[in-house]
Design a protein around this ligand. Structure first.
Ligand code: GAL
Ligand code: ZN
Length: 686
């Protein structure tokens, strides 16, 4: 049994206390879908279930503004008052995700256009172009009205801007967007000469002579320019961020005391959440894992969300209490699964979990989506009872764990721009999926119960001892130097294949791959070989702790060493015997390079060794399928979450006299049994 890890210095709070001082527990509440006579019953049931916050007004624009400049807040007034009366806080939606039908008829340019040139219709939701001036103006006006009206309302606790930006319309290709894109490019590049140069428009005669010639990457006969596509992704992420800021600025001006957020969406490629995060006061995201999503991947998402604001507790804004309605089949959650998923969120640093939604709709596209209160309305229903039990437990845990942090000294490097660039087709392989590869390296650390932070090239890396950077194809300016500095100062770094290939404009850096990383890695990649599905190789390690033969897939490379040492070699093909795993001593640290994608058991052994070298120990050791996470409060108290994700009972041994079981408080030591799908929360005794 290893001792708990020392506190990390890497994730110091930016704000002295938690944003809310408690654990939030709530749901999306859409009472406008029901007669007001039912609202009292909702309040009774919410109190029974232990809710302390609800997200309201998310899609109410048509209700609040039934005609141009004609506002009607009477129903929302009654709702806000009712919540205040019952001590339930409002996460107040700005309602801008669904412009009313009349508005779309009045200003047709609000409706977004697809890559194929089709204008989408109103009649569902998110039918807005982020660069429509009419949309921005109307949204700003509504938000101003809301903020002025409710600024002193006791129920107002959090602003919920729009909803899941980019979910249905990650990019718009309309003429408004073309105009805005041109001015964005003018700001970025200054001259057309520079733009032609960085996009490499000499290729296929794509040279631009006038700014007006530049259009979004619409449907073209063959692939549009990668430089254009990459910039369009940047532009769209920042256009949607501008929409968020269009509202957030008004909210901050009128209600500076109320935090502002929007709900992110897990592994969402279109938006660079690292670029967005500084503009949110609290990170919130919607957690809808599939049945097949491994717990490690859900944990990875939590770690990412928690890391976006440097370890500040995040919030699960939505999770389904039972089935969703939007997968091809939508089975029930099995008993225990909801508690496990909710406590996993807390374990990994969240300060609250909320459900979508409170009361199951009787009409509309989501009428078969689960809710806390199902169609039968009964508090005896299994799901309601589970929600109620979790609510009671959170209430007891709140004073202890709210605001505590998850210290980590291992970090995974993630870069959205790299994600966009590496998956451009036709690239060398359509089998490179950045998120999956990140997860492949996260998973072994997770299964070793070593806490991980997710960092971007711009993050502060101080305090991390191990940094893993899979598939770092695009190198932003200064990143190679930052990596060198990290290793030179004693860090352990692992970089994997197809890294250091292009600059920030997706232009190959010539003179030998991996360009700027050659010095750090001490090698040159003379050829890379993207394998098709049926191709594979074997990684052979002759000696040491990693000794063995391991299957590898996806990719091979021919390396020439320039100071690095070969630790493992390819077994076959025309590069049999050439290095596949290398290490380079650089300054005080070591830089490892993997030229292929080895099977999971090898990655686990490799990461275990790198953790040992970097002096990182597991939070606690546990059998397979048991996730362990630790939160540390400002006063130094530690809380351990032991989550059994398996469908069998497992036993693990705890050091004697070390822990108290929460919430009851009895001493826990020696052999502990964890029932299938169960969770144990322990407090370390001082
Ligand atoms: C989310 C969305 C909610 C609801 C939910 C259903 O994506 O924000 O409004 O639609 O999905 O699972
Ligand atoms: Zn548009």
């Amino acid at each position: 049994m290893s001792s708990p890890m020392p506190s990390a210095t890497s994730q110091q709070p930016e704000r002295p206390t938690a944003l809310f001082g408690t654990l939030l527990y709530g749901a999306d509440y859409n009472p406008e879908q029901w007669p007001e006579s039912l609202w009292q019953e909702d309040m009774r049931l919410m109190k029974l279930a232990g809710l302390n916050m609800v997200s309201i007004n998310i899609f109410s624009w048509a209700l609040l503004e039934p005609a141009l400049d004609h506002y009607d807040f009477s129903q929302l007034d009654r709702l806000m008052d009712l919540l205040a009366e019952h001590g339930i806080a409002a996460d107040l939606g700005t309602a801008t995700a669904a412009p009313p039908p009349w508005m779309c008829r009045e200003y047709p340019d609000i409706l977004p256009v697809t890559r194929e040139g089709l204008r989408l219709s109103y009649g569902s939701r998110q039918h807005f172009c982020p660069n429509s001036k009419n949309y921005r103006r109307e949204a700003a006006e509504l938000v101003r009205q809301l903020a002025l009206r409710y600024r002193r309302h006791p129920a107002l606790r959090l602003w919920h801007v729009n909803n899941e930006y980019g979910c249905h319309v990650p990019a718009c290709y309309c003429d408004n967007c073309a105009v805005a894109f041109r001015s964005w490019l003018q700001q970025r590049y200054g001259s057309l000469e520079t733009l032609n140069e960085v996009w490499g428009t000499a290729f296929w005669g794509q040279r631009y002579g006038h700014w007006e010639e530049i259009i979004p990457p619409r449907l073209t006969p063959a692939q549009p320019s990668p430089g254009l596509c990459l910039d369009y992704q940047r532009f769209m992420s920042s256009s949607l961020l501008e929409c968020f800021l269009n509202e957030a600025r008004i909210l901050r001006e009128i209600t500076p005391h109320v935090p502002v957020t929007t709900n992110f969406m897990a592994a969402f490629k279109p938006l660079d959440y690292f670029a967005w995060a500084p503009h949110l006061d609290v990170i919130a995201f919607d957690n809808y894992p599939a049945r097949s999503t491994p717990p490690s991947e859900i944990a990875f998402v939590h770690d990412l969300m928690r890391s976006l604001r440097n370890g500040q507790p995040h919030l699960v804004m939505e999770q389904a209490p039972g089935p969703v309605n939007w997968r091809p089949q939508n089975p029930q959650r099995r008993p225990g699964e909801l508690r496990l998923q909710s406590l996993q969120a807390l374990a990994r640093g969240a300060d609250g979990v909320m459900y979508f939604q409170w009361r199951q709709s009787r009409a509309g596209a989501e009428k078969f989506h689960s809710a806390v209160v199902s169609h039968d309305g009964s508090e005896q229903a299994r799901v309601f009872r589970e929600v109620e039990e979790i609510g009671a437990e959170l209430k007891q845990l709140a004073p202890l764990i709210a605001g505590s942090r998850v210290p980590a000294q291992a970090a995974l490097l993630m870069d959205w721009e790299n994600w966009w660039a590496v998956e451009y087709q036709p690239g060398p392989s359509d089998r490179l999926h950045y998120w999956d590869l990140l997860h492949a390296y996260y998973q072994p650390l997770y299964s070793l119960n070593v806490p991980v932070a997710v960092v971007s090239p711009d993050s502060n890396w101080q305090g991390y001892r191990l940094l893993v950077a899979p598939l770092l194809y695009l190198l932003r300016p200064g990143l190679a130097q930052k990596l060198e500095h990290f290793v030179a100062a004693g860090g352990t770094l692992l970089i994997t294949f197809f890294s250091g290939i292009v600059d920030a404009y997706d232009r190959v850096v010539t003179g030998g791959y991996p360009a700027e990383l050659r010095r750090l890695l001490g090698l040159r990649v003379s050829e890379f070989d993207p394998w098709s599905e049926e191709m594979s190789n074997t990684l052979v390690i002759e000696e040491g702790a990693l000794q063995g033969r391991y299957a590898c897939s996806l990719w091979g490379e021919v390396l020439e060493l320039e100071g690095a040492q070969a630790l493992g070699r390819f077994a076959s093909d025309y590069y049999a015997g050439s290095p596949a795993l290398t290490v380079h001593h650089f300054g005080q640290g070591r830089a490892y390079y993997l030229a292929t994608q080895p099977e999971a058991p090898f990655l686990r052994r490799l990461l275990q060794q790198l953790c040992q070298e970097a002096g990182l120990a597991p939070v606690l050791e546990a059998p397979a399928g048991v996730e362990i996470s630790r939160r540390v409060a400002a006063d130094g108290r530690s809380f351990y979450f032991l989550l059994n994700h398996t469908r069998q009972e497992v036993t693990l041994s705890l050091p004697a006299g070390h822990f108290r079981r929460l919430p009851e408080g009895e001493i826990a030591s020696g052999q502990q049994r964890l029932a299938p799908l169960s969770v144990l929360v322990l407090q370390e005794r001082n």
